[in-house]
Design a protein around this ligand. Structure first.
Ligand SMILES: [Zn+2]
Length: 304
């Protein structure tokens, strides 16, 4: 089995077909390592844009690539094909953050029309793995760590000019892998891009639901427990939505308290997370709550 450190460079350009800006891949770079992490091969291809003759100034500054170099490249489909043949089978592909996979997926959808072309076999997001290793060493990892910062942490030498060149970045990533590899923990990070729904799951953007009638919302889960006796409290006002929370007032007749609480519902690809918080629950607010005065306004979804 071989390891492949893949790095893509993409240029932000307008696409008439999608009426929006897309990250178009203009360079593939990769190194292949054997099981002992010895480099055994390299891959480097410049891709000629199908959308523009000119690279953005930002991209040119970042990578040093010229329009002429880009135009001398090969088409995306051709480059992808060559890359796949070069990569071979029985590999684990690694990229620094999964944004390369996102971009690969979008480019495949745009230029080949098939998400299957974005399949790279077994895969590890090296940035995620690295950050996990760093957290085990007691470091608080809040933001995504750039490749150059990660390299600096391990005293891996690189020149500023070599950053953001696909092949050089792949080599830096390979050096990082050698320094932070732990078989058991690494294996936990391996996912299979060929698995059904892999890309759908990866591309899915988790979001808060703003509709309590959404078919994924289980009404039975929308209760609030009394902060004192932990029994289900009665909702005594209508819901109002202030992103991402649904707010309302609640009362517990056994404890004679009223309080405000809120619920948020976050949709993930394969689950829905419901969070609840209680804002105030004061014993001073003791009031006799008349059951007849409360109004349940939760719309019931009959199909659920
Ligand atoms: Zn209570």
């Amino acid at each position: 089995m071989n390891y492949i450190l893949l790095d893509l460079e993409w240029n932000d350009t307008y696409c008439k077909k999608t009426h929006g800006f897309v990250n178009e891949i203009v360079e593939f770079g990769a190194v292949k390592l054997d099981e002992q992490f010895n480099e055994i091969d390299r891959f480097s291809k410049i891709v000629r844009s199908s959308l523009t003759k000119r690279l953005s100034n930002r991209f040119k500054q970042l990578t040093g690539m010229t329009n002429e170099q880009m135009q001398s490249g090969i088409l995306f489909c051709e480059a992808l094909d060559m890359y796949k043949k070069w990569a071979g089978e029985d590999i684990i592909t690694l990229t620094w953050s999964n944004s390369d996979l996102h971009t690969l997926y979008h480019n495949c959808m745009l230029f080949t029309g098939s998400s299957k072309d974005a399949v790279v076999g077994k895969y590890v997001d090296l940035q995620r793995y690295f950050q996990h290793e760093l957290s085990l060493l007691g470091n608080e990892v809040k933001n995504q760590i750039s490749l150059s910062n990660a390299a600096a942490l391990f005293n891996i030498n690189f020149s500023d000019e070599s950053l953001h060149h696909a092949l050089d970045d792949s080599e830096i990533a390979a050096a990082i892998l050698r320094k932070c590899y732990n078989k058991k923990r690494f294996d936990d990070f391996i996912v299979d891009t060929a698995q059904k729904g892999f890309y759908e799951k990866m591309m899915f953007k988790a979001h808060y639901l703003s509709d309590l009638n959404h078919p994924l919302v289980d009404k039975n889960k929308l209760y609030i427990s009394c902060p004192s006796c932990k029994n289900k409290a009665k909702r005594v006002a209508s819901w109002y939505y202030k992103r991402p929370w649904f707010h309302s007032r609640f009362a517990c007749s056994s404890c004679n308290i009223k309080f405000k609480a809120a619920i948020s519902i976050k949709r993930h690809f394969d689950r829905v997370d419901i969070k609840k918080k209680i804002f105030e629950a004061s014993a001073k607010e003791i009031q006799k709550i008349s059951a007849t005065k409360t109004t349940e306004k939760i719309p019931v979804n009959k199909t659920k």
